[in-house]
Design a binder for this molecule. Structure first.
Ligand SMILES: [Zn+2]
Length: 522
């Protein structure tokens, strides 16, 4: 060996000797790692100290000093999923349910709450509540437009005055300063549906001043009022004028009237994106939607003023005929009474039956049955109204991310993420695994404006999951919507184990995330 070679070897030896030992609380080795943005997985090790990822890469195991090592052989390691549309605030506020298990066991480590224009108000009160009793996943809040409108003008069916808009803007300002990430609208629902586009733009401008985003349940996902295409155009126009990112929730073509419009919608969104408007969407992997029975089929004008007003109108024989006629049309729009499955109501006899079946039991027409049910209690429906072509088409767009819209009675609350993996990645090959993971992690973090989450990188918060690619699967369906998903082996949230060896550890590791507002008035 010549001296040059010898000294090079000596130098290498010295270098490796002096290579620093990394101290870690948790070390994950031997897994197939998808880092949230790359398309190719790597066999890297990940070290976590406190709540942060301190190392990602290949390194001799001897060079770590870890309190606990997880052998992820034959398993997939990914950033924790971020769910941009849930109704999990119902659980988070309840100390017995704030573990958020239906989401946690899907691999979700962060949920968005306050969607569809409906948020708990004021958010600071709920933030304190969540922090006081602890939550199982991270949560971030949107401020609901419908909630603010109710604060300022009740449920009245009219345009907001200038003064009322100023009042709503002041409330948004406060909520954004309190850490909200943006504003949600539910323009399909009362009272959001009573708002003009100009009202929404005015309020969205206040959100934009705080660097927030806009999340919307469109004014129409079907052919109820303006139609799906016009509703998409409205959302884009709000982004254009208020200059903020637009996120369309649970994108779909709802009902036969608008089936196969996905191509036109994709074109509209693509050209808006080329124009510089940041438009994205989320989608849940099911062909049935879910909503309140009233919202699904009762005309909006009839419910103006609330439930009491609805039944005063309904009891008036001159008005009843037109209410029933429009309700009937709305049932047809959703595919008929056999396509509406009751998933929640006070009378357990009706749960799991279609509107058609219940109407036969009651001996009334389907549209009359709607009001008999609503008289008794609130009712929710699963509404089978989508076709696979549109579902696949949306899913394949690079700007569409996974979102559950998880709420009680629909299996999507317990199964969205594993179902997308099992059905659309594994069985049907509609998208590949990296596309699914990236569209459930980093892309979602980016569109929401979440910092340092959604990727497995040094310096990022340690939110990550480890699942078994052979068994990761949803278990909930329409007959039993309350079955936890399976196949998640570990979940680490803010550096601590929430799921270990497939079991919930009981630890509530979630944080309420706070958007750093850039408003100069702070
Ligand atoms: Zn919605």
């Amino acid at each position: 060996m010549n001296t040059l070679k010898f000294s090079a070897l000596l130098l290498l030896g010295l270098l490796s000797c002096t290579e620093k030992v990394i101290e870690a609380d948790l070390l994950i080795v031997n897994g197939l790692v998808y880092d949230g943005s790359d398309t190719i997985p790597k066999s890297t090790s990940i070290a976590i100290k406190n709540d942060t990822i301190v190392f990602v890469g290949t390194k001799d195991v001897d060079l770590f000093k870890a309190k606990k090592t997880i052998d992820a052989k034959d398993l997939i390691v990914a950033p924790g999923f971020i769910d941009p549309h849930t109704h999990a605030d119902r659980e988070l506020k309840d100390p017995d349910l704030s573990h958020n298990l239906p989401f946690l066991l899907q691999g979700v480590t962060t949920v968005v709450v306050g969607n569809d224009g409906d948020s708990f108000f004021p958010s600071s009160e709920y933030r304190q509540k969540y922090e006081a009793h602890g939550i199982g996943t991270n949560a971030l809040m949107l401020v609901g437009h419908g909630t603010l409108r109710k604060q300022v003008m009740g449920t009245s069916n009219r345009e907001a005055s200038k003064d009322e808009i100023l009042k709503m803007q002041a409330l948004i300002h406060k909520e954004m300063q309190a850490g909200a990430f943006g504003m949600s609208t539910g323009l399909f629902y009362a009272p959001g549906s009573y708002a003009t586009t100009e009202e929404v733009i005015a309020l969205a401008k206040t959100v934009a001043e705080h660097n927030g985003m806009y999340d919307t349940h469109l004014r129409d996902e079907s052919s109820y009022t303006v139609g799906l295409i016009a509703a998409i155009t409205e959302a884009i126009e709000i982004g254009r004028q208020a200059k903020l990112p637009i996120h369309i929730s649970h994108i779909k073509c709802l009902g036969v009237d608008v089936w196969h419009q996905s191509d036109s919608i994709i074109q509209l969104i693509e050209s808006a994106r080329k124009e510089g408007i940041q438009v994205t969407a989320n989608q849940y992997p099911y062909d049935a939607s879910a909503t309140g029975l009233k919202a699904a089929v009762v005309p909006r004008w009839a419910e103006s003023g609330g439930k009491d007003s609805l039944f005063i109108r309904y009891d008036d024989k001159t008005v009843r005929a037109s209410i029933l006629e429009e309700t009937k049309k709305n049932i047809v729009r959703r595919g008929g009474p056999e396509k509406l499955l009751i998933v929640k109501t006070d009378d357990s006899l009706f749960i799991g039956k279609t509107l058609l079946e219940i109407s036969k039991i009651m001996g009334r027409s389907p549209e009359e049955t709607v009001f008999e049910l609503l008289k008794k209690s609130y009712a929710r429906v699963a509404s089978f109204n989508m076709n696979p072509e549109d579902i696949h088409n949306f899913m394949q767009q690079p700007w569409v991310v996974t979102g559950s819209d998880g709420n009680t009675g629909h299996p999507r609350k317990y199964g969205s993420f594993p179902r997308k993996y099992d059905t659309y990645v594994r069985k049907d090959s509609i998208i590949d695994l990296a596309t699914f993971i990236n569209g459930s992690t980093s892309k979602t973090a980016e569109l929401l404006g979440i910092e340092k989450r959604g990727k497995l990188l040094p310096g990022y918060y340690a939110d990550l999951i480890i699942f078994n690619p052979e068994t990761f699967q949803d278990q909930a369906d329409y007959t039993d919507a309350f079955q936890f998903s399976k196949g998640l082996i570990f979940s680490i949230i803010n550096g601590k184990l929430a799921v270990s060896d497939g079991k919930f550890t009981g630890a509530l590791n979630g944080k309420v995330l706070h958007k750093k507002s850039t408003n100069s008035l702070n």
